[in-house]
Design a protein around this ligand. Sequence first.
Ligand SMILES: Cc1cc2nc3c(=O)[nH]c(=O)nc-3n(C[C@H](O)[C@H](O)[C@H](O)COP(=O)(O)O)c2cc1C
Length: 440
Amino acid sequence: MTTPDGREGWSNLFLRKGHSVWLIDQPRRGEAGQTSVAGTISTEPSDQTWYTQFRIGTYLNNEFTYNEGSQFPKGEEVLDQFFRQMTPDTAMDSANGDQNIDTTVVAQAVAATIDEVYERTGKDSILVTHSQGGMPGWEAARYTDHIAAIIAIEPGMAPMVDSEDYHALLERKIPVALYYGDYIGTEYTDVPAAGMWAMMSSSADTFTEAYTAAGAVSTIVRLPDEGITGNDHFMFQDLNNDVIADHVEAWIQRTEMASGTRSDAQPDAPASSDGEQSGGTLVVYYSATGSTEAVANMIADTTGGDLFELVPVEPYSSDDLNWTNDSSRVSVEHDNPDQRKVELTAATVENWDSYDTVFIGYPIWWGIAAWPVDTFIEANDFTGKTVIPFCTSTSSGLGQSGELLAEMAGSGDWQEGQRFRSSVSASDVTDWVNGLGLDG
Ligand SMILES: Cc1cc2nc3c(=O)[nH]c(=O)nc-3n(C[C@H](O)[C@H](O)[C@H](O)COP(=O)(O)O)c2cc1C
């Protein structure tokens, strides 16, 4: 797929970055224009309106006049191609100004596509939405568990805090990035749509404030703040579309969504070293925002084991956990391994000797075990114990996290372990535990 002037579009650019790319036509538009709902299509041209609305420029004195510094490719032929890419909505009475898109139909179709991608590849998808497609993108989170992240390019609106979409996103802790181009804000007096876009983009601030305070990730990228200027509503077609694709890719890498992989492989059943599994089971965990805790509770329920929560003397606040801020506590600790010593309210367990099997749970932080567990590992002798790591993460796998802990412990029979997504179902956890053969 190319830009209106024939350069490579994002589908190619992201393929080159190693992603599989799936293009979705939303129902009742483009190649998916077939519909069971009747509508009327207006024949009235609207090129000038959209040129203005999309902040490419203004139609002045019978001429398309680009905004100053615009990165939109120039020339009559380019505009001709651009306007030809527009396709009418079917299933509505557009002749009468009806823009009543059935968001739920679109969201469910997007979710079904993402589920199918998961079935075919075993991978969660990074959903990239644009403009009006933003709304069904948020809603899609209600209907699938296989969205690794959402990158919304100038979405119509961010989700309203406390809406059903908001809760679905938060429950699954789906990382979100919202990208906005240039010419947004009332200071752009020559750009007629600048004020309207300022209003739309301010919904990103309200959403992000609440979403991050609740422990999830939302990053707002206003390109001019990053030194990237001249972009309109179609930043993926602009002359610097490669620069913006690089920016998006850096965000993906930072949030470790690149693999989108879910590690569903069953670990080896723990070897029963001396044929005895009669000793007690202990489920030790650290959880900053409750996801790992939920899994720990499920494991304890299934095994009848005891729970032991690792609690830092100085717990991590949501500001401390804001890894998008370079100077937050986790970011500083991440950058300075010698500052990762986290004192715990208790690092040893009563009756440690009575436990043969120890589950150790933690969230993944930057691909490894959240470091508050290190203090527990260093304080205990695991000789003679079967140790089973488990973790929760948004998309990263278990990686080397268990091996690194085993190395740190220097004793114990460490199993491969298991990663769960942040909002895993109880049945997935129970199935895994039952498959370990602990009773055998
Ligand atoms: C500082 C920090 C770093 C994170 N790094 C990753 C990561 O590298 N990969 C990932 O998939 N999720 C990452 N996450 C998301 C958490 O692993 C995920 O939300 C986890 O389920 C949180 O568990 P908890 O609620 O028990 O704290 C990170 C979260 C935080 C706060």
